[in-house]
Design a protein around this ligand. Structure first.
Ligand code: SAH
Length: 250
């Protein structure tokens, strides 16, 4: 390599490592005020949905985590300005990142504890997985669109959400190798509650899943597996999710 080329290569390496430092250390401080405002909006929204939100409102640990996760890193460049508004946003491939209130509600409903293993179906941008990450021991997430899954995995690694594992596949069938799961979050609407996911739910575990056809009203359902193995389901509130795709969902 000629000296000039060597010098350019070195400069490129220095710039690349500087970019890596900036992108992994800055996000937590970035746009703090907007995240604080988002948390207030979530609290207000929770008060207007008492049938879905349990107890005194969304768990403060969930709100704290959402106050730390840089949501603007999970949306496309052109959507960054709107990242902290309480609404879903397009993330490409016809898919959406859920609105902050719904992410908070779903995370709250599965009652994550520190040692828990949690499964998410529909990685999308990786945002819901990032919110689950500090609350759980391990987060497994499955995405059916390879480009989204690969991008989310890279983003989560770059932002050091090290306990999240993403795989590309059909989440209808769950991830038997890592089952049972203490909590399962399905972020795409199924026509029915997928039996393999009920099977892979631990005793005492909880699953939230939107159920309903793409052109019909969908409801967020809470599925609980009791200690004795019996299942209870509760319909919480009407929602609008993109459909769960794949082999067995129609
Ligand atoms: N949780 C995501 C939002 C997901 S949108 C976030 O935080 O950004 C729903 C996602 O589910 C889409 O990315 C869609 O491609 C994915 N999906 C749809 N059907 C699926 C299936 N059968 N298995 C896994 N992922 C699926």
């Amino acid at each position: 390599m000629r000296p000039l080329a060597q010098c350019q290569a070195l400069l490129a390496a220095v710039l690349a490592s500087a970019a890596a430092v900036v992108s992994t250390s800055a996000p937590a401080q970035d746009r703090l005020g907007e995240r604080a405002a988002m948390i207030e909006t979530i609290k207000l929204h929770a008060r207007s949905a008492p049938s879905a939100v349990e107890g005194q409102g969304i768990d403060p640990a969930v709100l704290e985590t959402m106050g730390n996760v840089p949501r603007h890193f999970f949306v496309p460049e052109e959507q960054r300005g709107a990242a902290y508004r309480d609404r879903p946003l397009p993330i490409g491939y016809g898919q959406t990142i859920s609105q902050p209130f719904i992410v908070a509600l779903m995370t709250d409903l599965i009652n994550v504890r520190r040692g828990d293993a949690v499964l998410e179906i529909g990685t999308g941008s990786g945002y819901q997985a990032a919110v689950l990450s500090p609350l759980a021991a391990k987060v497994y997430s499955i995405e059916i669109i390879p480009e989204l899954g690969e991008r989310a995995a890279a983003r989560l690694a770059e932002l050091r959400f090290d306990n999240v594992e993403v795989k590309v596949g059909d989440g209808y069938y769950g991830w038997p190798a890592h089952a049972p799961f203490d909590g399962i979050v399905v972020t795409a609407a199924a026509s029915h509650i997928p039996p393999p996911l009920v099977e892979q739910l631990a005793k005492g575990g909880r699953m939230v899943v939107p159920v309903g056809g793409p052109f019909a009203t969908q409801f967020l359902m809470l599925v609980e597996k009791r200690r004795d193995g019996s299942i209870t389901t509760r319909q919480l509130l009407p929602v609008a999710f993109v459909p769960l795709r794949g082999g067995r969902v129609q």
